[in-house]
Design a protein around this ligand. Structure first.
Ligand SMILES: [Zn+2]
Length: 287
């Protein structure tokens, strides 16, 4: 007798075939090539076939950039957001992210070494509310820049902040644009180098404040960078935008970005610029 349905094949772990497949393999969103997750991990989540940069977490960036893959000292890890506007659902959302991502906000910051050069590194995580900038994010940034000044070491930010300023905190979020800019101004006044690395996507209030104020601005290949998204601009100006608009490559051509790099070169290029800017002893630039 032919059964009406096939029994689902179960693996010893209790997971079915689809779950096991999803756990082991990942498909490139651009070219469709299929990889073992472990293989992509070795490639720093850059597709060997087409160069597509998968979005990765802040913790992964820390692992890839810093010597030994970790911070020496964390900054602002005990700060938690208030809900100043009693925005519906915000407190619950935050709670969910705390539990799921084990992060206190969308930004990670601390001191560490890049090929032996001590820096302050600030990294944002897209998974936490789109990497959006709220009060805690801004405070962590400012504490980071002030740490860099007090220790006379370079400051590096790496952003994947597609969410821009966090709408759940309204005007308090927008204030962070000014606050982070103050941080950059203080770095400048103290002659401390600031390198901004913009990864996919960095938009809105983040791009319109500190992320575009680096002494050197590096962008990951294919990153979308800008203030308003292309669709909003097209609807507003009622014109078709040029091909590649707001991509890292387009902005390099326009002189907004200093270098477009692959994630695989990131640590080496940062080392190169850090050495150029004064290495261990901070900025040697004369104004
Ligand atoms: Zn690919």
């Amino acid at each position: 007798m032919i059964p009406f349905f096939k029994k689902k094949k179960q693996f010893p772990s209790g997971k079915d075939k689809k779950e096991v497949k999803e756990e082991l393999f990942v498909k490139c969103e651009k070219c469709g090539a299929l990889y073992y997750k472990k293989q992509l991990e070795q490639e720093l989540w850059v597709c060997p076939e087409c160069g597509y940069h998968f979005r990765i977490t802040a913790k992964k960036y820390v692992e890839y950039i810093l010597d030994d893959g970790k911070f020496e000292e964390r900054i602002g890890e005990n700060l938690y957001a208030n809900d100043p506007l009693n925005f519906p659902g915000y407190a619950k959302k935050l709670e969910g992210y705390y539990n799921k991502l084990k992060l206190n906000d969308a930004a990670l910051c601390g001191t560490g070494y890049i090929n032996g050069i001590k820096v302050v590194l600030f990294v944002t995580d897209f998974k936490f509310l789109g990497g959006s900038m709220g009060s805690v994010y801004g405070e962590i940034f400012l504490r980071g820049t002030r740490k860099a000044i007090s220790e006379k070491i370079p400051f590096i930010s790496l952003t994947t902040s597609g969410g821009g300023a966090r709408m759940h905190e309204g005007i308090f979020s927008l204030m962070q644009m000014a606050k982070t800019t103050v941080g950059v101004v203080e770095l400048n006044e103290a002659n401390i180098p600031y390198i901004s690395v913009v990864a996919h996507p960095t938009m809105g209030g983040v791009m319109a404040s500190f992320a575009s104020l680096g002494d050197i601005i590096l962008a990951e290949k294919g990153a979308l960078l800008g203030f308003a998204g292309p669709r909003v601009i097209e609807q507003t100006i009622r014109q078709k935008l040029p091909e590649g608009f707001q991509t890292a490559e387009f902005l390099l051509e326009k002189g907004f970005i200093d270098e477009v790099i692959s994630r695989k070169q990131l640590k080496d290029r940062l080392t190169f610029y850090l050495k150029h800017l004064g290495g261990q002893n901070g900025r040697s630039k004369t104004n």
